[in-house]
Ligand binder design. Structure first.
Ligand code: ARG
Length: 454
């Protein structure tokens, strides 16, 4: 491509060192789509005849067909996807192919390809996130009357509907979707026409290219357009948060599937066995997802670090952006895709959940509220119930077995009905504030999300 200025061949060592075709080949659909749009602008400017443009379009589509079939031969000495396609096109159609790179540089070309790629991945990610939300809502709806202990510090805290716990993740995933949609706006800007750094003396209709490719806006500074990857950093950051949410969900699934919790049983199809211990059924999907979060975080840090010291504008360092970008997108998509069916197939063990939630100490705060309703300041009520819990520990019983006389010895505000406070259903019914898990609220949220995701 640059043989004019050079007298020596590129060293074979350098060719292997600098190639990116082994991983950027997958940008081919976007590279071809971008070149077809660029050729329209070249024709409009009178730089290609209609016949030349037609042979470019036909040639590019033929090459695309072969890449898709797996019969196209990529050549390492042609470095990247851009030069592989252009060189083969020119080999096939001659001069018309040699005109395609007019007023274009690989610098604006690769910026365009990445934007096109990321734009379509944003849409794919949104679909997968939505499918996982639906799976969570389905699992919640199928078990809408199951109550489990909610935990803080992994210590039993207060009862919650299992569906309420799942809906917490639906909210997180919605914010992930919103973040990706917001980031998509900044991805969706057309950089072609920026050239290597300073546009071109040959004037092309950039708006035409943007219209053909469905971009609502043009980049406004050629230097920014070829050197900026902050839109990719943003997406990798959004994906790091998706991974964080999936990792926390993984941890819950792993705990719930343990013999100690036994809140859920995962289906055989989404668990693995042990090569040694015949009894094992392991939650590998969740463990792998928790583990893969590390590389998704790492990719974000790689890209940030890659960009931080680069002088304006394009620097070859930037070729190193691709593996991090591809890996985060692929990893998060794969995790989302496997999590949804795994959750839909999970069986909730209502008996274990009921046994866990029958722990009367989960309602200690309800007892403090009982005293507050009888006029005691909350801090004092907290202390009284703390004493009741300590007394229970002494007697080796739960708050539900502590005699009324014991309660009344701690506070005269206790009446004979004190034990009625320690009923889970009553407690759930009372939690009616917006966002709290009363049965009506949880059913309402399940319905709201079902409709929203429909
Ligand atoms: N493969 C290159 C990359 O991914 C394309 C741009 C190369 N530009 C250049 N001036 N060498 O960044």
């Amino acid at each position: 491509m640059w043989k004019g200025r050079f007298q020596q061949q590129t060293a074979a060592l350098l060719q292997t060192y600098s190639e990116s075709i082994s991983y950027d080949w997958r940008l081919w659909p976007h590279d071809i789509e971008g070149s077809i749009a660029h050729s329209a602008a070249l024709e409009k400017a009178g730089l290609l005849t209609p016949a030349e443009r037609q042979s470019i379009v036909d040639g590019l589509l033929a090459i695309g067909g072969e890449i898709e079939k797996g019969t196209f031969v990529f050549r390492t000495e042609l470095e990247d996807i851009h030069m592989n396609i252009e060189a083969e096109l020119t080999r096939r159609i001659g001069d018309a192919g040699a005109k395609l790179h007019t007023a274009r540089s690989r610098n604006d070309q690769v910026a365009l390809d990445i934007r096109l790629y990321l734009r379509s991945e944003c849409d794919a990610l949104d679909g997968l996130l939505k499918a996982l939300q639906s799976a969570l809502v389905t699992l919640g709806s199928q078990n809408s009357d199951v109550v489990i202990p909610g935990y803080t510090h992994l210590q039993r805290a207060q009862p919650v509907y299992f569906a309420h716990h799942l809906l917490a993740y639906v909210e997180m995933l919605q914010r992930d979707r919103d973040r990706i949609a917001d980031c998509r706006k900044r991805i969706n800007v057309m950089p072609l026409g920026s050239g290597a750094i300073a546009g071109s003396t040959i004037l092309l209709d950039r708006q035409l290219v943007a219209d053909l490719l469905g971009f609502p806006a043009l980049t406004r500074n050629s230097m920014d357009a070829v050197s900026d990857r902050d839109f990719a950093v943003e997406l990798l950051s959004a994906l790091a948060l998706v991974a964080m949410h999936l990792s926390r969900l993984s941890e819950d699934v792993i705990l719930w599937a343990s013999s100690e919790f036994h809140f859920i049983t995962l289906s055989d199809a989404f668990t693995t066995g042990s090569s040694l211990m015949p009894q094992k059924k392991n939650p590998d999907v969740a463990e792998l997802t928790r583990g893969k979060t590390g590389r998704v975080y790492g990719n974000l840090m790689s890209l940030l670090t890659l960009m931080k010291g680069l002088p304006m504008t394009y620097n070859r360092d930037m070729q190193e952006d691709k593996e991090a970008i591809f890996d985060s997108v692929d990893t998060v998509k794969a995790a989302l895709a496997v999590f949804a069916p795994m959750l839909v197939e999970a069986m909730v063990d209502a008996g274990s959940c009921a046994a866990a939630v029958s722990d009367p100490n989960l309602l200690a705060t309800d007892l403090a509220d009982y005293l507050v309703n009888r006029g005691l300041p909350f801090r004092k009520a907290h202390e009284v119930i703390g004493r009741a819990v300590a007394r229970c520990a002494e007697l080796g019983c739960g708050l539900d077995r502590l005699a009324v006389s014991e309660y009344q010895a701690l506070s005269a505000l206790f009446e004979d009905n004190v034990h009625s406070i320690l009923e889970v259903q009553r407690s759930m019914q009372a939690r009616r504030a917006v966002g709290a898990p009363s049965p009506g609220n949880v059913l309402g949220e399940l319905e709201r999300w079902t409709a929203l995701l429909d």
